[in-house]
Design a protein around this ligand. Structure first.
Ligand SMILES: C[C@@H](N)C(=O)N[C@H](C)C(=O)O
Ligand SMILES: [Zn+2]
Length: 217
C-alpha cells in the first residue's frame, strides 16, 4: 500500500483545471521529442505504474493507461542498467517515466506545503515532463517481487532521502546498488527521493503535455 497524503482539493477538480492550463513557455531550441516505450525495448523491465491505479499518494488514478516512456537515449541507457543488474540477480521495476505536464500540476496543487519538496513545481516543469526522469526500484529475479528499500515509493518522509542512514543494512545495500548502476549510465539521483533519477541530457528536451493515449501504441 502506497504512502498517502490528503489532497488539498478534490483531485477531480484539480484535473479539470490542470487540463485547461498551459505549460510554461521555454526559450531556446530543443531536440525533437522521441519517446520510447520501455517494455518494447526490453520486456524484462517490469511495470508497476501506480499512478494508473488508486494505489498512489493521491489515492486515485491520474493515468488511464499503465505505460512508461523515456526519451530514446535515456530509454537505451535504462536497458543497459537492467542488463547489468541481471547478473546480480535483479531487474528494474518502473513506477513512472515520462509524465504529462498537467499531471505535475495536479501533484503540486494537491500536495500540502510541508510535502511540496517531493513534487516538482509546474512553473518550472518536472524532468519527468521532458521524458528524462524515471521513478524506479529493483525486483528480485528469483521471486519476481519488488525488493524492500529504506522507504516505500513516494513515501514523503525523511526515509525517502537518498542518504537516509536508517533502514536495514540490506535495504541500504540495495539502494546503493541501484544508484551505482544508474549513475554508471548517466542518471543522477535526487537528494529527497532514492527512487527518482534524472537523465544527464534533460536540458536538451522540451516539456511535453501529451497524454499516454495520444502517444499511440
Ligand atoms: C512525485 C514524485 N514521484 C516525483 O517524481 N517527484 C519529483 C520531484 C518530480 O515531480 O519531478
Ligand atoms: Zn520522479
Amino acid at each position: 500500500m502506497s504512502f498517502r497524503i490528503t489532497p488539498l482539493r478534490p483531485v477531480e477538480e484539480l484535473r479539470v483545471e490542470a487540463l485547461k492550463a498551459t505549460p510554461p513557455v521555454e526559450e531556446g531550441t530543443f531536440r525533437q521529442p522521441d519517446l520510447a516505450e520501455l517494455v518494447k525495448l526490453d520486456p524484462t523491465i517490469k511495470l508497476d505504474v501506480r499512478y494508473a491505479t488508486a494505489n498512489n499518494f493521491l489515492g486515485t488514478p491520474v493515468y488511464t493507461q499503465a505505460r512508461a516512456f523515456l526519451e530514446g537515449p535515456a530509454a537505451q541507457a535504462l536497458v543497459i542498467v537492467n542488463d547489468r543488474l541481471r547478473k546480480q540477480g535483479y531487474g528494474l521495476i518502473i513506477h513512472d517515466g515520462y509524465r504529462p505536464w498537467y499531471v505535475t500540476k495536479i501533484f503540486w496543487d494537491a500536495t500540502p506545503d510541508d510535502k511540496k519538496k517531493f513534487v516538482a513545481n509546474p512553473a518550472d516543469g518536472s524532468k519527468h515532463n521532458r521524458g528524462c526522469a524515471v521513478d524506479l526500484s529493483l525486483y528480485d529475479l528469483k521471486t519476481g517481487e519488488e525488493v524492500q528499500m529504506p522507504s516505500g515509493y513516494d513515501e514523503m518522509t525523511d526515509r525517502a532521502y537518498a542518504d537516509y542512514p536508517g533502514g536495514t543494512a540490506d535495504e541500504r545495500a540495495r539502494r546503493a546498488l541501484l544508484r551505482e548502476a544508474m549513475e554508471k549510465q548517466g542518471f543522477k539521483v535526487i537528494p529527497d527521493e532514492w527512487w527518482h533519477f534524472d537523465y544527464k541530457d534533460w536540458k536538451l528536451y522540451p516539456i511535453i503535455n501529451v497524454k499516454f493515449e495520444d502517444l499511440g501504441q
